[in-house]
Design a protein around this ligand. Structure first.
Ligand code: FAD
Length: 291
């Protein structure tokens, strides 16, 4: 029986592992190895790294830090969680694990455009996913936003902080409403008249809509981001309508002993907030185990 099983080895899970290890708790961290950190060419808003840091380097440093305090790392996917008399039972492909408490730090999954050159375009800064993270780097550029879900046009509004040239494109099922079109006009956002056709990566991003073909310095796809909350959903924990896990002030879900932190929650998907939430959760888990 472990004190805590942490599911997910991104910034949230690894921060909690470091804290709980330093509280001398027996912890196991199970990770499927798909942290969104791996996709970040360079992040410049992580506190303490004024010259920026690649997501891969940050992940390696956080893994090193957590392992120094005794976290046991298991590679794999947790397939189901069951409630038991003393805590929880986790089912992995070839194993089961019992733990008094569980921290869900499974992150979220982006809906991405279908483009063969996607990773190269990310590395070149032609495609970006998060204006809060890197809108600063897109300053004064000719920016396109591609909306694929209701309300996606809000991302174009945010990007007006950085550039006068912001155009909004939309997929078939995400046509802006009349009110959104009016607000976009008032805020100097150009909106494509018909749905987007083809996307192509060359020296720039080429977008076809109707008969028009235009090029842009950077494209922000805004097609959706799904919290990976199947495990907590199956257990019957409360969720927001958008899919994220709901937690209280100490990051405990509606199920006692089951905590959550990071992008799996409804809220700001950022490294700093994932780490902060995990720190709060780790202290609450430690206090609960003491009690
Ligand atoms: C291109 C890009 C650029 C970004 N730039 C920035 C930036 O500059 N600054 C910033 O603050 N944020 C940035 N972000 C967002 C940042 O990466 C996330 O907010 C952060 O990684 C969230 O941490 P997390 O621990 O919640 O989830 P993640 O880092 O996604 O980790 C979740 C982990 O859980 C694992 N997992 C999921 N389900 C299971 C399961 N059932 N069993 C076992 N393991 C499981 C996954 O495989 C994964 O390893 C960026 C994201 C992207 C994609």
């Amino acid at each position: 029986m472990w004190d805590c099983a942490i599911i997910g080895g991104g910034p949230a899970g690894l921060t909690a592992a470091t804290y709980l290890g330093r509280f001398k708790r027996d912890i196991v961290l199970i990770d499927a190895g798909e942290s969104r950190l791996k996709r970040i060419p360079k992040s410049r808003n992580v506190p303490g790294f004024p010259d920026g840091i690649t997501g891969g380097e940050l992940l390696a440093r956080m893994q090193d830090q957590a392992s120094r305090y005794g976290a046991l790392f298991l590679a794999g996917e947790v397939q189901a969680i069951k409630r038991g008399a003393e805590g929880f039972g986790l089912r992995l492909e070839h194993d089961t694990i019992d733990a008094r408490t569980v921290l869900i730090a499974t992150g979220a999954k982006l809906v991405e455009p279908e483009l063969a050159e996607l990773d190269a375009a990310l590395a070149r800064g032609l495609i970006r996913y998060c204006p809060i993270c890197d809108g600063y780097e897109a300053q004064d550029k000719n920016i396109a936003v591609l909306g694929g879900r209701p309300g996606a046009i809000a991302e174009a509004h945010f990007l007006r902080t950085y550039s006068d040239r912001v155009s909004y494109f939309w997929q078939d099922d995400a046509m802006p409403t009349a009110a959104e079109l009016k607000a976009a006009r008032e805020h100097g956002i150009r909106v494509a008249q018909g749905p987007v056709g083809a996307l192509k990566i060359g020296d720039q991003v080429e977008i076809t809509s109707g008969r028009a073909r235009e090029t842009f310095d950077v494209l922000y796809p805004c097609l959706g981001c799904d919290p990976q909350s199947a495990l907590t959903r199956d257990l019957g924990a409360d969720h927001a309508s958008e899919g994220g896990v709901r937690v209280g002030a100490h990051m405990e879900t509606s199920i006692a002993g089951l905590f959550a932190a990071g992008d799996v929650l409804q809220g700001l998907d950022q490294i700093a907030s994932a780490c902060g939430q995990a720190a709060i959760a780790a202290v609450a888990i430690h206090n609960r185990l003491k009690a």
